[in-house]
Design a protein around this ligand. Sequence first.
Ligand code: F6P
Length: 503
Amino acid sequence: MRDLFARDPDRARRFTRHIGDLVVDLSKHRFAEETLILLLDLARAVQMEARIQEMFSGAAINLSERRPVLHVALRAPAGSTLCVNGTDVMPAVHAELGRMHERVRSLNAGERKGWTGRNIDTVVNIGIGGSDLGPRLAVEALRARRATRLKVRFVTNLDGRDLHGVLEKCDPETTLFIVASKSFTTLETLTNADSARGWLTQRGCPTPNAHFLAVTCNDKAALKWGIAKDHVHLIWDWVGGRYSVWSAVGLPLALGIGRAGFQEFLDGAHAMDRHFQQSPLDGNVPVLLALLDVWYSDFYRAATRAVIPYDQRLRLLPDYLGQLVMESNGKRVDRHGRAVRQGTSPVVWGALGTNSQHAFFQLLHQGTQLIPIEFLLPLKADGDERHQLRLVASGLAQSKALMAGRKGREHRHFPGNQPSTTILYPDLTPFTLGALLALYEHRTFAEAVLWGINAFDQWGVELGKQLTTELVSQLEGGLAAAHDSSTASLLDLYRKRNTTRQG
Ligand code: F6P
């Protein structure tokens, strides 16, 4: 890369792309002009443009589940038409959006009371995976746009310490729970919801179910659990969990930043949808990023890539992307079920800059692995300018050092040539965050198109779920199943330990 920069003083300008306010600098990557031409040929060979249009057309591109993939409908403006099986889904999308905003309005207006007549002042979202990570990330990222006096909290882990840690801070008389679960069958979420209901009952609430809302595709199960019909917010089977923050799954965010803020968030995503749908391949940023992902995974055998936000507000972005990218593209068969012949998703990981500089950057600078990195940097110093200036300088110093390296003897030698993307944004507004998350969604889909895999199913999580159910039943005294000797002896140790305690 040092040579590429030396030969072409114009390299940064030629390989920096702008989408609205977002600046994406691709110049610190290991490619020459010709590489890009060939990679774009690859995109053409897999009919990238046609595959993108297919998604937007509502065709059932999630082949293994025979479903369309239409999270783009969730942020399409009024007046758009997007059809599933000949039916325009937009009226239903906007009706549910309206119901969500009405819920937020009534909570903010103090119209929702708890069982003793006091106003609800805390909302706890119970969900996991896509029913947690998106809203949790966005609420934290956009805290500065706070438009409510209500407290918004999240519970996700099956470990009871998570729920109980949150409940300690809540008043049962004034707390409302959202059970966010597309399937309404998820063990972790239903266990937490049951326990939250038990907590209300133990504290004297005569009508605990009235303290619950549901966000789900499975309204029957939510009603059966005890949630009132008008407390159920619907999502659809054509919205994947990890692509659902734009739906009523985003209720905690709508509460956090208000109707106008949430609309800006949707508008940012929609602007990115238009870019993805309308830009030619060589100017299509999600496609270009996906090509680079495939370039490093398949041609350099890079096993991981790192995301390093120099922005405290994006602390949870690496976790969110972990699910988005790896649950989507961690696949071993193509979309028709045949074994893939190339690698698929690398591990996506990361942490905040500058914290990570003083933790694992040693390996990035001098380790033996190739790890493409993504730096995210906000340009606007809204707060302490002295800190912001130093923060931006730190991020840019790292990307420069990783690219350029420095000659030295033995331990002091930095080989450089470590690739990175730098994404700059003016400030983290709802619009920018919406655009950024949609950029990652489309890049993930474009990667899947290049690999010929289905980004929208997740069969790989099923076996663990099934075995957990069996083991729970066995530990609760059900029929003993046959296990390998390791699992059997570990179960035995748990059982003995807990029998002794009870004794
Ligand atoms: O098990 C994986 C998964 O299905 C994710 O895809 C999803 O986001 C998460 O579990 C939660 O699922 P649900 O919203 O149905 O509770």
